[in-house]
Design a protein around this ligand. Structure first.
Ligand code: J2J
Length: 558
């Protein structure tokens, strides 16, 4: 396994192989098997049309040859930051064909995050869109390259003439004269037990952690999702959330659709109308969203304009879907059954099952997809709690990592001595065996499914010359579930506004969703018995304040 990753202990690996959870098979083997068996079956559709398995496989071979031509080789690490376009799938598989390991960056990551990933991994290439949601990636790419000499290659989506940039459109024509790919690529095939890609953690620490996922573990994850959801070749998954996120990528998403021999449809953005149009035109059967996105779809006046009845299932995950939202979804779209995806990029996927009793679908977040997933619900000293009690969920299994990349010290905290991953999620076991998420132990703000590490933002705020102390906490929000609120104490005689703070943080070039949406300047921060800032108190303060403001606003209107 790649250096600085934690392999599964030999005894577990042998057992997972013997029991068939792991198969000696890479993502490339699965794609080629599907392309061989049914080359004309559609694998990817978008508003530009359909691409069948054969074509995706040939294009991936073709692009792989170009990547080899750049000098990329097995075990090289690259940053892949594509939005939801067909090239995401093609380039992802092209990298797999030659064993190059992409870090699955999300489109909203900015120079600070990307630079950190590049430095940590020694990435040798950055693959990026030129423009996405009004942001120009090219200047950022140049900046990144200047700051990270390892980053030798810049590969942009589309075409262009900038020197020093390889343009993907020039590589996309299958007829371009490249040497016969299949024979040459045989020498570069990945080892199924090797890391296939790295996902980004929702993060509780100052910097996001990288999650190495191997071919065998991810294929196990995807296959178990396929089994739990009874997907088959008729399943079409709509990728509406950013494709590089674990949910749409394969738990359950694109790579699970591949395992099932099904199809993925692509929505270019999370705008309600774009999603509705993608459903009407591409006829997916399965939609994966966050509760926040689901609310925006339900609230959209455009809902009635489109035919959405190809959908059979609408699963929400990333944060808890509340019972009212489950009920509302079924009422709005009676042809599609709602369900929960309670997953994590580190591994464990919990899903509602299509035949779960309705009250379980309303009240619980599903259960692990694999019989080999070991879960425990524990108290503060890792002691098992009685059934029904709320405790931290810890887990290990054939597709849950044993350690983050290059994080020996943090790994000792994030995993138990016997290899269980501490999820930081507070759950209880429902009498019929599903899990109910009751809260969270980890210090993150879950903004509509996007995780913000409080520590990361506090560290940045503390760099502001006027700030003395800072604590970032979640404040309740009807749509996003949570938004972030920064409490600060200031140096004497200073004042600070949210606009000033935001401008300062924007200069740090971080993803926009991490910016605090409210600033509370206080004289002091409440301390807990241990002398640490009491976030619990701060959460209560801001929740009460919001409520009283809401009531005042209400009484004004009356
Ligand atoms: C409550 N909390 C949830 C849910 C995730 C499918 C779906 C989501 C993710 C994901 C994923 C939740 N109810 N239904 O990888 O394959 C919170 C928990 C969890 C953290 C993981 C998938 N679904 N969460 O969200 O790595 O706190 O993965 O530990 O981004 O999101 O975040 P992430």
């Amino acid at each position: 396994m790649l250096e600085h990753c934690t392999p599964w202990p030999e005894s577990f690996a042998t057992q997972y192989l013997r029991q068939g959870y792991w198969k000696t098979e890479s993502l490339v083997d699965v794609l080629e098997a599907r392309a061989g068996a049914a080359p004309d079956r559609v694998f990817v559709s978008d508003l530009r049309g359909n691409l069948n398995y054969g074509k995706i496989d040939r294009l991936a071979n073709h692009i792989a040859m170009h990547l080899l031509g750049l000098g990329l080789k097995r075990r090289d690490i690259v940053l892949l930051q594509f939005p939801n376009v067909r090239e995401f799938v093609i380039v992802f598989f092209a990298l797999q064909k030659i064993g190059v390991i992409p870090v699955m960056c999300l489109p909203h990551h900015r120079a600070r995050e990307l630079s950190y990933f590049a430095e940590l991994t020694g990435a040798s290439a950055y693959l990026f869109p030129q423009q996405h949601r009004n942001f120009d990636y090219l200047p950022m790419a140049r900046e990144l390259q200047a700051a990270n000499p390892n980053l030798r290659h810049l590969v942009a989506l589309g075409d262009g003439t900038e020197p020093g940039i390889a343009y993907l459109d020039e590589w996309m024509t299958e007829d371009a004269p490249v040497r016969e790919p299949t024979r040459e690529l045989a020498a570069h095939r990945p080892d199924p037990f090797e890391v296939a890609f790295m996902l980004l953690s929702g993060g509780t620490t100052g910097v996001p952690k990288l999650i190495p996922r191997t071919h065998v573990d991810y294929l196990c994850n995807a296959s178990e999702c396929v089994r739990a959801l009874r997907w088959d070749a008729n399943t079409a998954f709509l990728v509406a959330l950013p494709a590089a996120h674990n949910f749409p990528l394969g738990a359950p998403g694109m790579l699970a659709a591949l395992v099932a021999g099904g199809r993925v449809a692509m929505s270019a953005s999370t705008e309600a109308e774009t999603i509705f149009e993608a459903v009407e035109r591409q006829q997916p059967t399965f939609l994966g969203v966050t509760p926040a996105l689901l609310i925006s779809l339900l609230n959209s006046p455009l809902r009635e304009k489109y035919r959405l009845d190809s959908l059979r299932h609408i699963y929400a995950g990333g944060q808890k879907m509340l019972p009212e939202l489950v009920e509302q979804t079924r009422k709005a779209w009676p042809f599609a059954s709602p369900g929960h995806a309670f997953g994590m990029a580190e591994g464990l996927t919990n899903l509602s099952r299509p035949d779960d009793p309705w009250c379980d679908i309303v009240e619980t977040q599903g259960r692990p997809v694999s019989a080999a997933d070991e879960i425990r619900i524990v108290g503060d000293s890792d002691e098992s709690l009685p059934v029904g009690a709320v405790g931290e969920l810890i887990t290990r299994g054939p597709y849950t990592i044993r350690g983050y990349y290059k994080s020996d010290t943090y790994n000792r905290q994030a995993f138990t001595g016997d290899g269980f991953y501490r999820t930081g999620d507070m759950v209880r076991l429902h009498p019929r065996g599903n899990l109910v998420v009751e809260g969270r132990k980890k210090d993150v703000i879950n903004r509509g499914g996007e995780k913000i590490s409080a520590e990361e933002i506090e560290n940045l705020i503390l760099g502001h010359e006027k700030v003395h102390m800072a604590a970032v906490v979640a404040m309740p929000d009807a749509v996003m579930g949570e938004r972030s609120c920064a409490f600060v104490t200031l140096r004497s005689g200073k004042s600070l506004t949210l606009t000033e703070l935001t401008a300062y943080l924007e200069k740090k070039q971080i993803a926009k969703f991490k910016l605090p949406e409210r600033l509370e300047v206080v004289d002091s921060l409440p301390l807990s018995g241990m002398g640490k800032v009491s976030k619990k108190d701060l959460r209560e303060v801001i929740a009460a304040k919001l409520e009283s403001e809401g009531m005042r606003a209400g009484s004004c209107r009356n």
